[in-house]
Design a protein around this ligand. Sequence first.
Ligand SMILES: NC(=O)c1ccc[n+]([C@@H]2O[C@H](COP(=O)([O-])OP(=O)(O)OC[C@H]3O[C@@H](n4cnc5c(N)ncnc54)[C@H](OP(=O)(O)O)[C@@H]3O)[C@@H](O)[C@H]2O)c1
Length: 394
Amino acid sequence: MNNKQKDPAKKNSITALDRRTFIAAGASVAGVVAASMLPGLATASAKGEEQSSTGCAKPGKRMLGLLEVSSIGLGVQNMHRKYTTTVPYRPEMINIIREAYNRGVTFFDCAEAYGPFENERILGEAIEPFRDKVRITTKFGWNINPETGERGPGLNSRPESIKRAVEGSLKRLRTDHIDLLYQHRVDPQVPIEDVAGAVKELMDEGKVLHWGLSEPGIQTIRRAHAVLPLTAIQNEYSMATRDPEKEVIPLCEELEIGFVPWWPLDCQLLTGWIDANTRFAPGDFRAITPRFSPENLAHNMQLVDLIKTWAIRKQASPVQISLAWLIAQKPWIVPIPGTTVMTHMIENIGAAEVQFTQGEIAELTAAVKTIEVRGQRLPDRVLAFSGVEAPTKG
Ligand SMILES: NC(=O)c1ccc[n+]([C@@H]2O[C@H](COP(=O)([O-])OP(=O)(O)OC[C@H]3O[C@@H](n4cnc5c(N)ncnc54)[C@H](OP(=O)(O)O)[C@@H]3O)[C@@H](O)[C@H]2O)c1
């Protein structure tokens, strides 16, 4: 059995966990489902499901390569500063991470660049009491001064810089090992074989257990995997951004590499909390992202409306449909939705309980494909760092 076949998803149901029969008979669903009745927020549970200490069903387990994680993770990027605007209340962020663990989340996504540094500190403090029970990721590769955290231009994946970055990450995360270390973006100056060599040395020292790449070029994935097997590729992927379906996800399937979608909710677009009239504060990344411009946003509501229709049909929330759709794509896909709100985190975990039949997922995906999402997923200057091929050696 290859490691991807270990996923507990059943043959005729797509998710890792059976959906619980949480809606009492006769409950009516008109428009938005009441929060207390959403998967994950309900307390009733069907026989045989794994229970968390809270009495709610837990997310299932999935394999990313040889790394076992919960079927839904938690991204902590916004926990220091939300889309570079507001500052969330730090003790509450720690509560959210700990409560996510109580509810069965064992996969937490971070990066040196988040903050920079501060989000690793938040995550490290939060998980310290149960460090060995969870899997944490961090990323290196932006040009960040290891002492001051000052951000220089471009990237830096020189081997000595990777090692320095990891030492800093280990301290801030209050741990002696990183479960999954990603290169945040491919450095066009450094052969991927040299990057792999530095990561391999860190693995030999026990400081890093698995590695992955974020937004790499296709050939770079092949070359990296050939010298040091990759555990996961982390790319933007959601109902609104389906680009990885063309090449990256088929390649992950071929090479048995896991896939972690970032921006699984497309920065809140796919939650139903943004409408055609939403405008973003100066400094909010979405204010400069083409997809969120007033004219594109109005058009893109077609996708949100589709998700809302399915939310009613499946007695779930729009965010749960968005995440459940991702989970249903492959048994080795693990989304890492981000949130700074406790009830949102609980709602997001509930997506693991939303179950589609094969017919339903085919129907939903076909409908998603008929909708053209307008506006580039990232501004040009950011997109320029994606899909880059590392130079060859010599
Ligand atoms: N590899 C990379 O280059 C890369 C790039 C970007 C992000 N990432 C990773 O991906 C993770 C997720 O990204 P993200 O958090 O920016 O985007 P996201 O998960 O697509 O969406 C987060 C947004 O949705 C909102 N949200 C979450 N759950 C909600 C719910 N149940 N109801 C209503 N709104 C909800 C959040 O606001 P609230 O806080 O109000 O809930 C936030 O505005 C990051 O934390 C990071 O770890 C990686």
